[in-house]
Design a protein around this ligand. Structure first.
Ligand SMILES: NC(=O)c1ccc[n+]([C@@H]2O[C@H](COP(=O)([O-])OP(=O)(O)OC[C@H]3O[C@@H](n4cnc5c(N)ncnc54)[C@H](OP(=O)(O)O)[C@@H]3O)[C@@H](O)[C@H]2O)c1
Length: 271
């Protein structure tokens, strides 16, 4: 199966569906092979404005009948209901992007043997820089996995998880991760204002430093600790800052935060 030749259907046309669709179009996926269902027309109009060849409708089953693969992109509380609606229609692969909804919950609504993939993306998918964790049920073969990777990679990078429980860990690290970075950026910005910079300059200092550090870390490819060592001269300014952070147990504080997020994801998944 050539992923590019698949018709990819979306149930729900909100932020995440729009992000994936934009990514697919940018990657060269034919707009004629994208179909989208959403109850209200305003979101469908946004997609039609993006490309008039995208098929839009208010009928979930209409999209499912036209599609080789269906992406469930409604809020989590609606996933079981929309999975039940499309049960018995054409798609052999169903991907859900909903947080906290298990493979078993989705499988239970679909025809036996349907390949189901859970995708936990994150917010930067909306600018094509997402990080998605994927996990598949036992009915998903290698070809279906390639198609799922193709959809995930349209909005960033993907990692495949060996077991579903790791989705909660992905949620804690890359799912919630953007918020940890925003918090650090907020603190840099506030620190700069405290030192007398204007809000505009403070924001520039924070954002460019964040972007520069992440880009350099990626391009360099070496160990993060080594990059940090290179800006931390013995007895210098950075060392003074890092010592102050370490004295306040910064690593253990963050590890506790990651664990709290992972445990909360597990708890929400059980509800
Ligand atoms: N946004 C993120 O950063 C992010 C990150 C990770 C995972 N996710 C997951 O992605 C999913 C979607 O999130 P989102 O941020 O894209 O939410 P969203 O913008 O609210 O989109 C949900 C869409 O589903 C539509 N919908 C509601 N009921 C429906 C039904 N019965 N059939 C078909 N469509 C229906 C809604 O339409 P109306 O507005 O017209 O009612 C809305 O357009 C969630 O499950 C979330 O857990 C999102």
């Amino acid at each position: 199966m050539n992923a590019n030749s698949n018709t990819i259907g979306f149930i729900g046309a909100g932020n995440m569906a729009q992000a994936i669709i934009r990514g697919l179009l940018e990657a060269g996926h034919p707009a004629k092979q994208i179909a989208v269902a959403n109850p209200s027309n305003d979101k469908l109009e946004i997609l039609r404005a993006l490309n008039t060849d995208i098929y839009t409708t208010q009928s979930n089953t209409d999209v499912a009948e036209k599609s080789d693969v269906v992406v469930l992109a409604t809020k989590p509380q609606r996933i079981a209901q929309v999975a039940a609606e499309i049960a018995g229609t054409r798609p052999q692969l169903v991907m859900s992007v909903a947080a906290g909804i298990t493979l078993a919950t989705i499988e239970a609504e679909l025809a036996a043997g349907t390949a189901v993939v859970r995708n936990m993306p994150n917010q930067p998918a909306t600018v094509g820089l997402g990080m998605s964790g994927l996990v598949a049920n036992s009915a998903t073969d290698d070809t279906a996995k390639l198609v799922a990777s193709y959809i995930g990679e349209a909005s960033g990078e993907v990692v495949w998880l060996e077991k579903e429980s790791l989705i909660d860990a992905i949620t804690a690290i890359s799912g919630s991760g953007p918020a940890y970075f925003y918090l650090l950026l907020e603190m840099l910005e506030a620190g700069a204002v405290e030192f007398g910079f204007s809000p505009a300059v403070a924001r520039k200092l924070a954002l460019q430093t964040g972007l520069g550090a992440t880009t350099l870390a990626r391009e360099d490819g070496g160990e993060l600790v080594e990059l940090r060592r290179r800006v931390t001269s013995p007895g210098g300014t950075t060392e003074a800052a890092i010592k102050s952070l370490e004295a306040h147990d910064i690593r253990a504080t963050f590890q506790r935060a990651f664990t709290a997020a992972r445990d909360r994801a597990t708890e929400l998944g059980k509800k």
